[in-house]
Design a protein around this ligand. Structure first.
Ligand code: SF4
Length: 303
């Protein structure tokens, strides 16, 4: 029996944790199934193996330096550290050990598909996973009766089997959150009908590249879905990657005028221009956004 330590490098303060770490939940289940003891890392303990998982990147991470960790083997991984690191195959497909994050009891987390064919230059998914979206699991592989499901799939609708997958979600009766959004370009009358039969509180899309005109897709989705309430329809607007302020403002206003709720995301926020940060505050604070119609008014008021 081995003694295993887990370090959730993005969430060393467990009281403030916003999202559980799925790879660590799988590693915990994998080692417990082998008869190993698994616990969160404790400074004065010695371990056979310590796993450190970074999702968002070491620059955000209050994890202790590895020389403070007393373990025979220290294994680091995660998108924020080395996107090529993969879980052992036996751990990848296992039911996650939800008990290590009691705060998130009642919610299942997982991927039904992996990969995306889009190849957006700001996105790690095609490099980390694959340029093809393919089914990797059934819902029963990571849901044990929970009433809420948070899916992490990068582009579920790009999977050729996505309608069968959506049926699994419909039949589950659970509330589903597509955390990475859905690709508006791949919505059809058939998959919209299935989405409408799924319990979804809010659906969101993205319009990242202003050189691609998505307005026709947004109009078509509204017509086919019949969803009229803008609060149920979010659109992420990527800024500060390769767009101008005018292009950012154009997309914000276009989706608002189409009856969607824009949400500004800033790439490399630490180095973003002032007007981009102001744009984000104007758009994402919905009280301000709906009371101040023009960005120029808001910007002038802030000085
Ligand atoms: S569509 Fe989304 S998941 Fe796919 S490459 Fe672009 S940003 Fe990444």
């Amino acid at each position: 029996m081995e003694k295993i330590a887990l370090l959730d490098a993005d969430n060393m303060n467990k009281r403030k944790i916003a999202f559980p770490n799925l790879p660590l939940m799988k590693l915990s289940a994998y080692h417990k199934a082998r008869g190993d003891s698994v616990e969160w890392w404790m400074p004065l303990e010695r371990y056979d193996v310590a796993y450190i998982s970074y999702v968002f990147g070491e620059e955000y991470t209050p994890a202790p330096p590895v020389e403070y960790i007393n373990a025979d083997h220290i294994i680091e991984g995660g998108t924020g550290c080395d996107y090529r690191a993969k879980l052992p195959p036996e751990a990848e497909g296992i039911m996650p050990d939800y008990s290590i994050y009691p705060k998130f009891d009642g919610t299942a987390y997982g991927f039904l598909t992996r990969g995306c064919p889009r190849g957006c230059p700001w996105c790690i998914v095609p490099k980390k996973e694959s340029g093809v979206s393919a089914q990797v699991a059934d819902l029963s592989d990571f849901r044990a009766g929970q009433h809420f499901i948070k899916l992490l799939d990068p582009n579920l609708l790009a999977c050729r089997d996505h309608e069968a997958i959506l049926w699994q979600l419909v039949i589950s009766g659970a509330w589903v959150d597509f955390t990475q959004g859905l690709d508006i370009r791949l919505t059809t009358a058939d998959n919209i009908a299935l989405l409408k039969r799924t319990h979804i509180k809010r659906i969101h899309f993205a319009w990242d590249d202003p050189r691609e005109d998505l307005t026709g897709h947004f109009e078509r989705f509204k017509a086919l879905s019949g969803i009229a309430d803008y609060r149920l329809l979010g659109v992420y607007i990527l800024t500060n990657f390769n767009t101008t302020h005018a292009e950012d403002l154009y997309r914000v206003k276009a989706v608002r005028d189409l009856g969607y709720s824009p949400y500004v995301m800033i790439y490399d926020k630490a180095n973003a221009p002032r007007e981009t940060r102001h744009l984000q505050r104007w758009v994402n604070n919905k009280i301000i956004f709906h009371s101040t119609r023009e960005f120029s008014e808001y910007d002038a008021a802030r000085g």
